[in-house]
Design a protein around this ligand. Structure first.
Ligand code: ADP
Ligand code: ZN
Length: 760
C-alpha cells in the first residue's frame, strides 16, 4: 500500500460514512463506520445490503468535490428511509486513491451511468481484494536426530538431502526434486525433522529492464522518440504525487504502417520505467498479438502483464492485485485495462487509436481512447495516441494545436509502401457464384508461383451471409433479431451474428415446404476459401477469422505458421488486418472493398479507409515490394481514390469539411438514446411520451424516435433517438433533465450512448 498517500488522501471519516457499491444503483449509501480503525475515503469495506454482504468503497462526502455525478443526494435519501446499518469489516487491500475515485466520477458523469456501474468495472476481480496467500515452505530443523524407531527410508533421505543446506523450499519443489510424495514430507514434519515456514508470495511479474538498448533509430524516429521522452520526463518530477504533477500532454504518433511507431513508443516506455513509473498500453483486443508480446520481451527482457478477455481467473486476480500494490511496471491490455487501479501511472499509450473496438457497446458505453485522455489529464501525465490512420477527431485536435503531432513519414529499412490499384467490378466482375476477378486470379497465380505469400481479405465470417429458398424466396432469419442467419458450413450450422442463436439447416423450407431448394447467397471467408482452393489446389491456405481461431494460442500458432512460410495463402476477416508483420507477404486482395460503405453510419467512409489502409499495410513490409488490389463497384468513391493515391490527408480534409458543414462530430456533439422492450406497443408508448417532452432549441435537436436498424435484438424491440447538439453544449445536462423526468415501466430499458459509434 503506497503509504505516502496516507496523509493527504486518506483523511479519517468518523461515525458515518458513504459507501459506493459496485452496482448500477443511484448512488452511495450511508453506513455507520463502527468501532475499530477509522475509515478513510477509498477504503474497501464489507457492508450489508438487504440480506447480502457486499464489498464497496468508502466514498467521499459530497462537500469534498463529490456529487458531480449526482451520487450525493441519493445517499442522503437512503439515510432518511432506512435505519443505518453498520460497516461489517475493512478489507485488507490498498485503498482506491483520490485520483481513481475522481476518474470513476468523471466517467460516470460523462456517460450518464451510475458511478457504481463504473466502480464495478474497477472492481472487476472481487477475489483480488483478498491478500494473496503466503506460500508454505519447509526447512530442516537444525540439530535434529532421528529418534529411536524412526525408519530412514530412501525417499526420506532424498527429501532431507534436497533441504540439506539451502533456504526453505515450497512443497511442490521438494516433491519434484526429491521424487518423493508429499506424504513423505509431512511424515518428516511430524517427526520434527522439518518445520514449516511462511514465505511471502513471489513477485508475480518480472521487471522490464529499461537499460537494455533499443534499435538504432532513424533521424525521424529519433526526433519523435525525443519528443515523447521529454513529455514523460516533464510529468515525473521526482517525489511528486501523480495528480500533483503538471505533465498532461497528448501526442499523436502518426506514421505509415511499418514506420517504426512501436519502436518509438517503446522509447517512451523505457523513459517512464527509468523514472520509476507505471505504464499502460491499450491495444484493440485483436491486435494484442503474440508478435507484439515477443517484441516487448525482446526489447525489455521481460514480458508485460496482460489484461484481456481471454485471461484466466487466476491471472486476472494476480494481475489486479499486483497493479493495486504497485508491483507491475507495464500492463498491456484491451480497453478494460484502463480501469485497473494503478497507483502511479506515468504514461498511457493507445495503439491503433482509431480502432472502433475501443468503444464499449454494452454495459457502460464508453470510449476507452477518450477516457484514457481524461485519465491522463486527471493524473497530469502524458498520453500517446498511435495510428497509421488516425481518427478524424484526433487529427482535428492535432491540427488545432491541442495535441502534439509527431510524424514518421517512411517505412523502416527502405521498404516502400505497396502499390494500390482498383479492379472495377462493373467492367470485369467474375462469373456468378465466383468472387475473384480475372485480374486478382492472375495476380494470385503470379505471387504463389514466385514463392511469395498472399492474403485475401473479406470482412465477413462464415460461408454465406444469406440463405434463401429458391422456390418461394423465404429467407432464413433469426427469430430474436432483425438479421439473417449466416451459414457456417465448417460446423454445419447457421448462426445469428448478433445473439449467437444457431440452427442446423432445415431440410424443407418452413414457408413452402419444398425440399432442398436452399440457395447460399453472397460470400463469406469460408466460401472464398473454397473458390481459392479449387483454383490453386497446391497452395497451403488458412482461414483467419474470429470464429475459426479458438483463442489466443490458436491465433499465435497460425501466425507462426505464416511467419515460417508453412502457409501460402491467408484468407480472413479484420482479425488479420492489424499488427502482423509477414515479410514474405507481397499481395493483398480485397474482395469487397465497398462492404463497409453501405448504411447510414456517420463514420462509414472514415472506417472503410482505415480498415483498408491497415489491410493494405500488410503487403510488402520487407525487401520485396507489395501490391494491393481492391475489388470495387465504386472506383470513383473518395475512399477508393485516397487509397490509390495515398492521399490520406486530402481525404481527411474532405471528410472534415463534410462533417463541419453538417455540424457532426468532431464539430458538433452527438448522443443516442435507445429504448428497448419485449413488448413493441410498450416501447412505442414510452418513445412517444419521451418525444413529447424532448428538449429543443437553437443548440440541440432531437431526431426520432425511429425503429433502430436492428429493430429487434435478442427479442427486444428497439427505438432510437438521435440527439445533435452544438460543440460547446452540455448535452449530458439536457439529457439528464429530459430522462430523469421520465417514469418508464421497468420492462422498458433506456440506454444512453454519448458519442455513439454504432448506429445499429
Ligand atoms: P509500425 O508500428 O509503425 O507498424 P513497427 O514498429 O512495427 O512499425 O516497425 C516495422 C518493422 O521495422 C518492425 O519489424 C521493427 O522492428 C522494424 N524497425 C522499425 N524501426 C527500426 C529501427 N530503427 N531499427 C531496426 N528495426 C526497426
Ligand atoms: Zn439473433
Amino acid at each position: 500500500m503506497p503509504s505516502r498517500h496516507a496523509g493527504s488522501d486518506h483523511a479519517a471519516i468518523t461515525d458515518r460514512v458513504k459507501v459506493l457499491l459496485p452496482l448500477p444503483l443511484t448512488g452511495a449509501f450511508d453506513y455507520i463506520a463502527g468501532a475499530g480503525r477509522p475509515l478513510g475515503a477509498g477504503d474497501f469495506v464489507r457492508v450489508p445490503l438487504g440480506r447480502r454482504q457486499l464489498v464497496g468503497v468508502v466514498w467521499d462526502p459530497p462537500e469534498d468535490g463529490g456529487g458531480s455525478a449526482g451520487e450525493g443526494d441519493a445517499g442522503a435519501k437512503g439515510a432518511e428511509t432506512y435505519a443505518l446499518k453498520t460497516v461489517t469489516g475493512l478489507i485488507e487491500a490498498p485503498p482506491l486513491l483520490d485520483l481513481q475515485r475522481r476518474f470513476i466520477r468523471w466517467v460516470a458523469a460523462y456517460t450518464l451511468t451510475p458511478p457504481g456501474a463504473v466502480l464495478r468495472m474497477v472492481m472487476s476481480v472481487p477475489d483480488a481484494l483478498e491478500p494473496p496467500k503466503p506460500v508454505t515452505a519447509f526447512a530442516r530443523e537444525p540439530g535434529w536426530d532421528a529418534p529411536g524407531g524412526f525408519r530412514m527410508t530412501p525417499a526420506r533421505k532424498r527429501v532431507l538431502a534436497v533441504l540439506a543446506d539451502g533456504p526453505p523450499r515450497p512443497m511442490d519443489e521438494i516433491v519434484r526434486e526429491a521424487g518423493a510424495g508429499s506424504s513423505v514430507v509431512r511424515g518428516l514434519q511430524r517427526a520434527g525433522a522439518l518445520r514449516p515456514v511462511h514465505l511471502p508470495p513471489p513477485p508475480p511479474f518480472a521487471a522490464p529492464d529499461w537499460r537494455r538498448a533499443g534499435p538504432k533509430l532513424s533521424p525521424s524516429q529519433a526526433e519523435a522518440a525525443a519528443g515523447l521522452r521529454a513529455a514523460v520526463e516533464k510529468a515525473s518530477g521526482d517525489g511528486v504525487d501523480e495528480g500533483a504533477k503538471d505533465g498532461f500532454s497528448v501526442s499523436l504518433l502518426d506514421g505509415v504502417t511499418g514506420s517504426g511507431k512501436t519502436e518509438v513508443y517503446f522509447e517512451a516506455i523505457a523513459k517512464a520505467l527509468e523514472m520509476g513509473q507505471n505504464v499502460l498500453v491499450l491495444l484493440p483486443e485483436i491486435a494484442l498479438s503474440a508478435q507484439w508480446l515477443d517484441r516487448f520481451e525482446s526489447r525489455f527482457g521481460a514480458p508485460p502483464a496482460q489484461w484481456h478477455s481471454e485471461l484466466g481467473a487466476k491471472a486476472r486476480r494476480t494481475t489486479w492485485r499486483a497493479v493495486a500494490e504497485g508491483k507491475v511496471e507495464v500492463v498491456v491490455g484491451a480497453r478494460s485495462a484502463l480501469f485497473l487501479p494503478f497507483p502511479d501511472l506515468g504514461l498511457i499509450v493507445v495503439d491503433e487509436e482509431h480502432d472502433p473496438s475501443f468503444k464499449q457497446e454494452d454495459g457502460v458505453l464508453y470510449n476507452a481512447r477518450d477516457m484514457a485522455v481524461v485519465r491522463a489529464s486527471l493524473g497530469a501525465i502524458p498520453i500517446v495516441l498511435v495510428s497509421a490512420t488516425p481518427s478524424l477527431e484526433t487529427v482535428t485536435n492535432a491540427k488545432g494545436g491541442r495535441y502534439a503531432h509527431l510524424h514518421l513519414p517512411d517505412r523502416h529499412g527502405g521498404a516502400i509502401m505497396p502499390e494500390v490499384s482498383l479492379i472495377d467490378m462493373r467492367a470485369e466482375g467474375p462469373a456468378s457464384g465466383s468472387w475473384l476477378s480475372p485480374t486478382l486470379k492472375e495476380a494470385l497465380a503470379g505471387t504463389l508461383a514466385a514463392g511469395e505469400q498472399a492474403m485475401l481479405f473479406l470482412n465477413r465470417r462464415g460461408y454465406a451471409p444469406l440463405t434463401l429458398c429458391r422456390t418461394c424466396g423465404h429467407r432464413l432469419e433469426c427469430p430474436d433479431c432483425s438479421a439473417w442467419l449466416v451459414e457456417h458450413r465448417g460446423i454445419g450450422r447457421l448462426a445469428c451474428h448478433h445473439c449467437g442463436h444457431s440452427v442446423v439447416l432445415p431440410r424443407c423450407c418452413p414457408s413452402c415446404e419444398d425440399e432442398g431448394a436452399w440457395a447460399a447467397c453472397g460470400p463469406g471467408v469460408e466460401r472464398l476459401a473454397e473458390e481459392a482452393q479449387a483454383l490453386f489446389p497446391g497452395a497451403r491456405q488458412a482461414i483467419m477469422a474470429s470464429d475459426t481461431l479458438t483463442g489466443p494460442e490458436a491465433a499465435a500458432r497460425l501466425v507462426r505458421k505464416v511467419e515460417g512460410h508453412e502457409i501460402d495463402l491467408l484468407i480472413g476477416t479484420q482479425v488479420m488486418a492489424k499488427g502482423h508483420h509477414f515479410p514474405l507477404l507481397t499481395l493483398v486482395g480485397v474482395i469487397d472493398a465497398d462492404l463497409g460503405l453501405a448504411g447510414g453510419d456517420l463514420r462509414a467512409s472514415e472506417r472503410t479507409y482505415q480498415l483498408l489502409a491497415q489491410v493494405a499495410g500488410r503487403a510488402g513490409r520487407a525487401e520485396r515490394p507489395g501490391r494491393v488490389l481492391l475489388q470495387t463497384y465504386e472506383p470513383d468513391h473518395p475512399v477508393m481514390r485516397a487509397l490509390v493515391s495515398g492521399g490520406r490527408d486530402d481525404f481527411l480534409d474532405a471528410e472534415a469539411e463534410a462533417r463541419r458543414a453538417s455540424a457532426m462530430p468532431p464539430f458538433g456533439r452527438l448522443a443516442a438514446v435507445i429504448l428497448s422492450a419485449r413488448d413493441e406497443a410498450e416501447v412505442d408508448r414510452v418513445a412517444r411520451e419521451l418525444s413529447r417532452r424532448a428538449p429543443g432549441g437553437p443548440e440541440i435537436t432531437v431526431l426520432g424516435p425511429a425503429p433502430a436498424p436492428l429493430a429487434l435484438l435478442r427479442g427486444r424491440h428497439r427505438r432510437r433517438f438521435l440527439i445533435k447538439a452544438a460543440k460547446g453544449f452540455n448535452i449530458q445536462g439536457a439529457l439528464r433533465a429530459w430522462l430523469d423526468a421520465a417514469t418508464p415501466p421497468k420492462s422498458v430499458r433506456i440506454q444512453v450512448d454519448i458519442d455513439p459509434y454504432s448506429f445499429m
